[in-house]
Design a binder for this molecule. Structure first.
Ligand code: HAM
Length: 417
């Protein structure tokens, strides 16, 4: 049997590896320049982390988790999302005793057993931030600003819509759910099976049902956005006010409730204008640390889907990557290898992209290989060159070449455009 990769996973190599690194490097620059600290958590956690953290009635927990027992019979789950895992780590490592707010970032893979479609995989890459310890709407705006800056630096900002909403605090949500259920009670029999389930287990999720028949019913339903308490209302007004002051474009979308249970107050999503996909989402989760056993701690953050971002980057041709290498050394006399490797080390320290032959191939075979690599220049060192302490620098774009004394400065001078 031919061994293939599991459904919903993929190998990243060659130019795609450069593209994902391009996106990740833009993310890393932003978080590093804004004083976030990296956090890496295990690929798998005790299942409890997500049952309690994400919520037992959510799609993630009911349908999508890769859960297995280890040899000692413990129930473990491949991380389907980062936030609950980061919160588990926050509690376990006593972050609450450190000066706050604490600003964390991560890049890594997540696992969800989902129906596959474009931008929906079973293993996918994500970039996210989590901010702990600020009760203020300023932290919500700050997180959104980081998300916007990331998309802006990729060249994607005008290709997306930022949708924001408030889902209130636990108190206003409780009152709202009673009101919503009252409204829905006479329609629920005509709604989709998922919504019938949600009505019992996770009523708020009915708001973002994509089924036409349910959407029609929801059109006239009182929305959570208009039914939050005065404090939550004021908080949301403040978020909008500062976003306006920052000239950050957004729309209030009353159907954004997010698919994870831990959110409260401000929630947001970045959605592609042309393709029907969400690139990222996040919001405030002030009860999650407590839910997972920590001291009450405010939290807000977002997660971006790198795979989906890459679909848009390709669609709009936004990668700024130089696939060429600067210089390829063709060494035809093994006696000079040490000196050439030394020069390669010096050039790579100076940020030139360099390569060299590391097998005994002919000059012609090496030239063909250098051409395939898109090398701008090659540096040829044969027996004659070793005797004379020279090298031949060949410009691969215009096929001119010259002989120079073999030293770092001469080589650098010769490969200036
Ligand atoms: P989420 O909306 O479930 O939020 O996921 C964040 C992003 O991950 C989505 O917007 C999407 O771009 C990407 N994504 C989700 N599922 C898939 C998939 N199957 N294939 C490819 N990409 C996918 C969270 O996970 C929250 N933890 C975000 C957060 C952080 N909230 C607060 N802090």
């Amino acid at each position: 049997m031919k061994i293939t990769k599991p459904k919903g996973t993929y190998d990243i190599y060659s130019t795609d590896a450069k593209k994902i690194a391009y996106v990740e490097n833009i993310a890393k620059d932003i978080v590093n320049n804004n004083n976030f600290n990296e956090i890496r958590t295990p690929v798998f956690e005790h299942t409890e982390v997500f049952l309690r953290g994400v919520g037992e009635g959510t799609d993630i927990v009911t349908k999508e988790m890769y859960t297995f027992s280890d040899k000692a019979g413990r129930s473990l789950t491949l991380k389907p999302e980062y936030t609950a895992s980061v919160v588990r780590s926050y509690i376990e490592n006593g972050f609450s005793s450190m000066p706050s707010p604490i600003k964390l970032w991560y890049i890594g893979t997540l696992y969800r057993y989902e129906k596959m479609q474009k931008g929906r995989n079973r293993e996918f890459n994500t970039f996210g931030i989590e901010i702990f310890g600020s009760e203020s709407y300023l932290a919500d705006v700050y997180a959104i600003n980081i998300g916007n800056k990331f998309l802006d630096n990729l060249g994607l900002l005008d290709k997306i819509t930022l949708k924001i909403n408030t889902i209130g605090c636990s108190e206003c949500r409780k009152k709202y759910i009673t009101k919503m259920k009252e409204y829905l009670s006479s329609y629920i029999d005509t709604m989709c099976d998922d919504c019938k389930n949600r009505y019992v287990k996770n009523p708020l999720r009915i708001i973002d049902c994509k089924e036409d028949k349910c959407k029609k019913i929801i059109e006239n339903m009182p929305m959570i956005t208009d039914n939050v308490c005065d404090d939550c209302k004021k908080d949301f007004e403040n978020v909008k006010l500062i976003l306006n002051n920052l000239n950050i474009d957004y729309i209030v979308d009353k159907t954004i409730v997010r698919g994870l249970d831990y959110y409260n107050r401000t929630v947001f999503e970045y959605v592609s204008k042309d393709l029907n996909i969400a690139l990222g989402g996040g919001g405030r989760y002030d009860k999650l640390v407590e839910t997972l056993g920590g001291v009450p701690t405010y939290g807000v953050g977002f997660g971006m889907g790198i795979d989906r971002i890459m679909i848009l980057m390709e669609e709009y041709n936004l990668y700024k990557i130089d696939y060429d290498i600067d210089l390829y050394f063709i060494v035809l006399d093994n006696n000079i290898y040490a000196k050439v490797i030394d020069t390669v080390n010096n050039l790579s320290d100076l940020k030139y992209i360099v390569d060299m032959n590391i097998s005994n191939r002919s000059l012609n075979a090496n030239l063909k290989f250098a051409d395939k690599l898109n090398s701008k220049y090659v540096c040829i060192i044969g027996e004659d060159e070793v005797l004379n302490n020279t090298c031949v620098i060949k410009n691969m774009k215009n096929n001119t070449q010259k002989s120079v004394e073999f030293n770092l400065n001469n080589i650098i001078e010769s490969i200036k455009e």
